[in-house]
Write a protein that binds this ligand. Structure first.
Ligand SMILES: NC(=O)c1ccc[n+]([C@@H]2O[C@H](COP(=O)([O-])OP(=O)(O)OC[C@H]3O[C@@H](n4cnc5c(N)ncnc54)[C@H](O)[C@@H]3O)[C@@H](O)[C@H]2O)c1
Length: 420
C-alpha cells in the first residue's frame, strides 16, 4: 500500500470551501490524502471552515490543521506563514495554490522550491513566460503541476472531446460561450481586487470556455479581441463588470465569449453559462450545444437557503454536491470532485511508481509520467495549456486598448502583439 500524500491548501476562500476542502476530506477517506493543512491570510476563513455544519455532517471526525490557528485574532495578518508550513512538509507531497490570481506564481514557486507537487486553481499564472518557467523547474525536479480546470471533467465535455476526435461533428467553425456570475459578487471581496488594471470578466471566467474549446478541439488560438463595460463597485473601485471577447483559432474558427458579474440575484441561476459550437462537415454541419446552467433540476425551498438567499433555484447536480452514500456522513460527487481526484490521483501514482527507486531512476520515472500526462492532455498542465496564458496576455492588452485585435505569435519565443 502506497503512503497517502500530505496536502497543504494555501487559501481558505470560496473555492477552498466550495470544492477543494471537501474533496480532500473524501480523498483522505480513500487513502490518497494524508495530513491536511489549510493556510489563510488570517484566521477568519479558517474558523468558518472549522465551524461549517455541512462539513461536520458530511465528514464526521475529520479535520484540518489551521495556519494561523482559528483562535488567532482575525485582525492579525499572516501573509508569509504558508511558506513556513510548506517548508516544514516532508518532500514530494502536495501544495494546493488557492489564493487570488496574482499570488499564484509566488505560491507555485514556493512549493517547487520546497520539492512539492502542485495543484493550482485556474488560471495557473497570468504570463506565458511564468508558465514556461514553472513548467521547466517542475520538470527538472520531477514534480507534477496540475491546473484545476474542472469543466474538463464534466461528462458532457468528455463526450464532446471523444466525438470531436472521432470526427463525428466535423471541424469547429463558429461558436459562442457565456458565463455571467451573480450580481452579489460585486459586494464581495471582489471589489477589492477586480479592478480594470488587474483583471476583467473575460480573463476571470471566460478562460474556462477558452480552455474547454481547446480541450474539445485541440485547436490553437491565434487572435484575441476583448471589449469591456466599466462600472463601479460598492466601495467606489472601478472594474470591468462586463466583457465580450472574440477568439480566432488557427483554422479560422471564431468563438465569441460573453462574461459579466451581473446574473440577477433573484434569478434561479445561480449564474448563467453555456456553450454552442457549430462545425463544418462534408455536405452538412455538426453541432455541440451545452446548457451548463439549467440541467433539468429545480428546487423551491421553504426558506431562502438558495443562491443569494433565493428560494427557487436551478440545481446543478453535475458540478459539486455532498450526497448520501453507503459510508458515514456524505460524499462529494460531480466534476469538481473528479477533477481534484484526478490531479491528486496522478501525484499519488507518480510517488507510488517512484517509491523505493534510487534517486536517478526515481527522477527519470517521475519525468516520464509527467510527459505522458502532458501529452494525454486530460489534466491541464503548464506544458499542455500554456496557450491559456497567451490568451490572457492578449486579452488584457486588447481590453486596455478598447478591443484592439491582438495576435498570438507562436514559434521560438511565443508572445502577443497588436494587429496593426
Ligand atoms: N471555477 C474555478 O475554477 C474557480 C472558482 C473560484 C475561484 N477560483 C480561483 O481560486 C482562487 C481563489 O479564489 P477564491 O474565490 O477562493 O478567493 P477568496 O477571496 O474567497 O479567497 C482567497 C483566500 O486566499 C487567502 N490568502 C490571501 N493571501 C494569502 C497569503 N499570503 N497566504 C495565505 N492565504 C492567503 C485569503 O485568506 C482567502 O482565504 C483564484 O485564483 C480564483 O481564480 C477558481
Amino acid at each position: 500500500m502506497m503512503k497517502p500524500i500530505d496536502v497543504t491548501i494555501v487559501g481558505g476562500g470560496m473555492i477552498t470551501s466550495d470544492q477543494l476542502l471537501p474533496s480532500m476530506y473524501h480523498l483522505q477517506r480513500t487513502g490518497v490524502v494524508g495530513r491536511l493543512n489549510v493556510c489563510a491570510l488570517d484566521s477568519r476563513p479558517l474558523r468558518a471552515l472549522k465551524e461549517c455544519e455541512d462539513f461536520r455532517q458530511a465528514f464526521p471526525g475529520q479535520d484540518f490543521i489551521a495556519h494561523p490557528s482559528e483562535k488567532e485574532d482575525p485582525k492579525k495578518k499572516f501573509p508569509a506563514l504558508y511558506k513556513e508550513v510548506v517548508a516544514a512538509m516532508p518532500k514530494r507531497q502536495a501544495v494546493v495554490v488557492a489564493v487570488p490570481d496574482e499570488l499564484h506564481y509566488a505560491g507555485v514557486m514556493e512549493a517547487l522550491k520546497n520539492d512539492q507537487h502542485v495543484v493550482c486553481v485556474k488560471p495557473l499564472v497570468h504570463r506565458y513566460t511564468q508558465a514556461v518557467e514553472v513548467e521547466k523547474l517542475a520538470y527538472d525536479k520531477g514534480l507534477f503541476i496540475g491546473i484545476e480546470y474542472h469543466k474538463r471533467f464534466d461528462r458532457r465535455s468528455l463526450l464532446a472531446r471523444k466525438h470531436y476526435a472521432l470526427g463525428d461533428f466535423g471541424e469547429f467553425v463558429m461558436g459562442e460561450a457565456k458565463m455571467i456570475e451573480p450580481y452579489y459578487y460585486r459586494s464581495s471581496n471582489f471589489q477589492t481586487w477586480f479592478t480594470c488594471d488587474k483583471t476583467d470578466p473575460f480573463v476571470y471566467v471566460g478562460c474556462h470556455y477558452v480552455d474547454l474549446v481547446q480541450f474539445i478541439t485541440r485547436l490553437k488560438p491565434v487572435q484575441v479581441s476583448v471589449s469591456g463595460v466599466k462600472g463601479k463597485f460598492p466601495n467606489g473601485n472601478v472594474g470591468y463588470l462586463w466583457a465580450n471577447g472574440r477568439v480566432v483559432y488557427e483554422n479560422g474558427a471564431i468563438l465569441s465569449v460573453t462574461d459579466g458579474l451581473g446574473y440577477p440575484d433573484e434569478g434561479a441561476g445561480s449564474n448563467e453559462q453555456c456553450l454552442r459550437m457549430f462545425c463544418e462537415g462534408p455536405g452538412k454541419t455538426g453541432l455541440i450545444a451545452h446548457d451548463d446552467q439549467f440541467r433539468g433540476v429545480e428546487h423551491s425551498y421553504l426558506k431562502g437557503i438558495g443562491s443569494a438567499g433565493s428560494v427557487f433555484n436551478y440545481i446543478n447536480t453535475d458540478f459539486f454536491r455532498l450526497v448520501p452514500w453507503e459510508g458515514s456522513g456524505s460524499k462529494p460527487v460531480g466534476y469538481g470532485y473528479d477533477s481534484v481526484a484526478a490531479i491528486l490521483g496522478t501525484i499519488h501514482r507518480i510517488e507510488s511508481e517512484a517509491a523505493d527507486l534510487p534517486a536517478k531512476e526515481s527522477l527519470a520515472r517521475r519525468q516520464k509520467i509527467i510527459r505522458e500526462v502532458d501529452a494525454q492532455a486530460m489534466i491541464a498542465t503548464p506544458a499542455n495549456s500554456n496557450t491559456n496564458e497567451l490568451v490572457t496576455e492578449a486579452a488584457r492588452l486588447s481590453i486596455l486598448h478598447d478591443g484592439k485585435m491582438v495576435r498570438i505569435v507562436y514559434g521560438e519565443a511565443p508572445h502577443v502583439e497588436p494587429v496593426t
